[in-house]
Design a protein around this ligand. Sequence first.
Ligand code: ADP
Ligand code: MG
Length: 631
Amino acid sequence: MAEGAPSKSFTVGIDLGTTNSLVAFCDAGGPRILPDASGRALVPSVVRFEQNSVVVGGAARDGASEDPERTISSVKRLMGRSLKDAQADLRYLPYSVVAGEGETARVSIPTAGGGASIVSPQEVSAQILRSLKEQASAALGGPVSRAVITVPAYFDDAQRQATKDAGRLAGLDVIRIVNEPTAAALAYGLGAGLSAEHVGERTIAVFDLGGGTFDISILRITPADSGNETSFFEVLATSGDTHLGGDDADHALMRLLLGGDPESLSAADRRILKQEAEAVKIRLSEYEMVQAAFALSSRRIDARVGRAEYETMIAPLVQRAIENCRRALADAARTLKQAAAPSIDRVIMVGGMTRTPLVRKAVGEFFGLEPYIAVDPDQVVALGAAVQASILSGETKGALLLDVIPLSLGIETVGGAVAKLIVRNSTVPAKASEFFSTSVDNQTSIRLSVYQGEREMAADCRRLGEFHLRGIPPMPAGIPQLEVQFLVDSSGVLNVSAHERRSGKRATLQVVPNHGLTREEVDKMERDSYTHAREDMKRHRIVDLIANSKLDLKWIGERFERFKDILEAENRVVLQRAMETLREFVCKAEADWNSVDADEFHHAKEQLDRASMRLQEVGIAMSLKASQPKI
Ligand code: ADP
Ligand code: MG
């Protein structure tokens, strides 16, 4: 019997844009765009539903003016939204949008018989995805079955889910949804291209001005080094405008070229005018003066547009983007609990509109940095998605797979033990939370170190990163109530948040798993944990006993000093002896954890607990008395 080798199936990265979409692939040679048969990288996100067929991309866009009502563009704006949500967008959509099931926005496409067929935004997006899938499959010479798809950072759950569903309709297993700014940063490598001049943490701004939306994200990247085995991204702040982009510049140019309101035109003429306006805009990125000459059904347009005139027109748009940057920087300062905004090491430009010289100039002036354009702003998101895809599919060596969580995740507690919040092999998404407190009086800042591994002690696990919860009002040890929550979302991203309940202070950390452990390393860490399990457990227990006993000794010692005179003599002696015994255990254990018996230690701690009962009662009675109103 002949046995056919299973054909290799590829995993690609897809930037499903409002205006343009791209597909990319990453292997040992690095990420690259997969163009169509004629070498075009960008696929316009346009779908035309004809009588018996569906046309996608450039052909759909170019022929749009013949059939505007059946040509669907910017459908990303409708994904996962209700008709009401989408109201503000309908003005510039030349096709009809109606309410479907549950008030969701649907596209209504006229049919030959005078009726209409109702199509969901997911189905329209699926057409684009299917076309990208075929394009990728042709370029790679094999089937493509899985994809990482990017979405704007502000997309909510419904919008992300709709994107996943579109993938499924296109026959793609969407293994991850990734935020566009994170993908852009990934395309530059984890060091954001800064490795030469910077070491350690770096703060980057991702400025994304696309066709219809603007997003600014401030990310902090801590690259893998001796301290951290995993590089991680912390999103310090995001801001943006869902109605700011290249389309606005097109509309301004449409009015200028027409010398009036484009609303007065037929749908077909409006299409032509928009295409011509966009062409003028793109040429103005290169030339000082541009000539436009074309025909609408009713009249001819002949116009010259100068760069200066154009820039005056779009200056308010650019200013709106800059105001968002200012807001994002202020938010980043708040996240970092510092007065001044963080200094930005790199500004990454994303989106076709960032080719506009005025945009680059304004961004450069605002950040005081030359904007970074080493990777094509049109392609950077798709390339980053491909990097993520290759990590997830094991294409990139040394990558960590996080579909199931391969190693337990936890935080370091006092004494160097690790409290595990999420255990290994939990499937994503996974969520867990636990309460912690302080071990020192008047601690106003708590350091949280996040670890991964099976061993009991932090020193034997891998440190993923750390963050601080600052600004806690001074309180005695043990009083702050610190709730630590771990959430590994379906994208495999670990979000750690800490919340001090009494003061309401919060802090968060986002850890993006990356280039960390190989399968073999994971196996070894697991084997080690079995070999060392018994020893580790004891050590963990002793470390916890030391920490808790010290806390008890401190509390009880303080109260004892205050109230010893009103304690019965007999009780006083028992209590002193119990404190002394436990103190000895702590001293011995601190010198050598292996020299004490954990059960005996535990017993001594319980003895003190019991002996201090009376003291507790006296203390409570005294403090009640003190709080009674005095006459
Ligand atoms: P999206 O992410 O919204 O799909 P893109 O990043 O592909 O959008 O950006 C599309 C926008 O960029 C369009 O408005 C397009 O006209 C504009 N654009 C493309 N090239 C240029 C250029 N050279 N100069 C100015 N704008 C450009
Ligand atoms: Mg984009």
